[in-house]
Write a protein that binds this ligand. Sequence first.
Ligand code: NAD
Length: 370
Amino acid sequence: MEPKKIFLLPGDGIGIEIMNEARKFIAFMNDELKFDFVCEEGLVGGTACNVYGKPISDGDIYRALAADAVLLGSVGGPEWDDLSYDLRPEAGLLRLRKDLQLFANLRPVICYPALSNASSLKSELVEGLDILIVRELTGGIYFGEPKEIIDLGQGNKRAIDTQVYETCEVMRIAKVAFELARTRRGLVTSMEKHNVMKTGLLWKEVVTETHATHYRDVMLSHMLTDAGGMQLVRKPKQFDVIVTDNLFGDLLSDVAGMLTGSLGMLPSASLGSADEVTERQHAIYEPVHGSAPDILGKGIANPIAMIASLAMCFRYSFALNTEANCLEKAISAVLDDGLRTADIYSQGMRKVSTSEMGDAILEKFKKMLS
Ligand code: NAD
């Protein structure tokens, strides 16, 4: 078996605490199941600033490019808040995403049955929910030019952001969504605003053509994003894969994430194109949440988003579908047993620490795979 190179970037704050839990699973798979994961470790965010004077070093960028997958904790914290924009911890993340050309952001929205009561929606609306939001990550209004504020004089200014998409950008994200739908329930909903935006018109046209040419076996529907947002909170289980642009994806994935209860539960993956020489598809797997300075060092951070990110890594970077499924089932089983970290605790449940939660999931995972 080829060694599988994972580059670990714990980052700052609770990123370091939850990465410790992810490491336990990799160690178990290497030691007892004879997998050949080779892990290197680097610095990103504030901790990298402290050592290198910048939020990620060139050497660590190189190691991320050379790896099969990057597993990242979280970055940021109050001690780095006053740094200039280029040196802020988040700039390390942005550079990684740019250098690895990660154009597809995948955000699963899964509501574990045991947590359906924690949602802001009625439990019957979210129990068993399993949506995947595919967001375009490198184009659109966050990057389009011109992007500026012009002083018009007499106290008046004009701010401009530009939404730009090209056919090839829409086509490649549509392909990701259709391919993923094939491994799920086979339904893609594309969201844009073709009624008022030229980019929406192009988006709809390209998604429709891509579907007709290559993916007729998948069901495709289109929704205006405002209607889609409404449907997401009205009847979320109607969706399987949602594909949308950078701005709309940013909004919709946060809204959808909250349907499931806690920030500590939400994993993500960002995928790039395959490298022309090595055919390796760059990818970063990370929790959606930040470095949670308010709970740092208390041993109470929820490691589930991190562990679920590792499950995504198994599935998307290494095609280890059995292991990924078992890991997700292990998380679900531990929640069924009533174990809860503080952020998802409710009366009658058993409150556990970060490492107790990690260990309990590992025990279930071991039983499933042994
Ligand atoms: P946050 O996600 O760190 O925390 C928001 C709230 O959720 C806090 O109350 C926190 O305790 C809680 N929380 C988050 N993750 C949790 C977990 N795993 N278990 C239990 N509780 C959890 O967001 P914030 O407080 O706005 O930002 C803190 C720092 O993180 C800032 O510096 C911000 O820039 C950074 N940040 C980084 C990322 C990232 O690394 N991708 C994302 C968001 C924010």
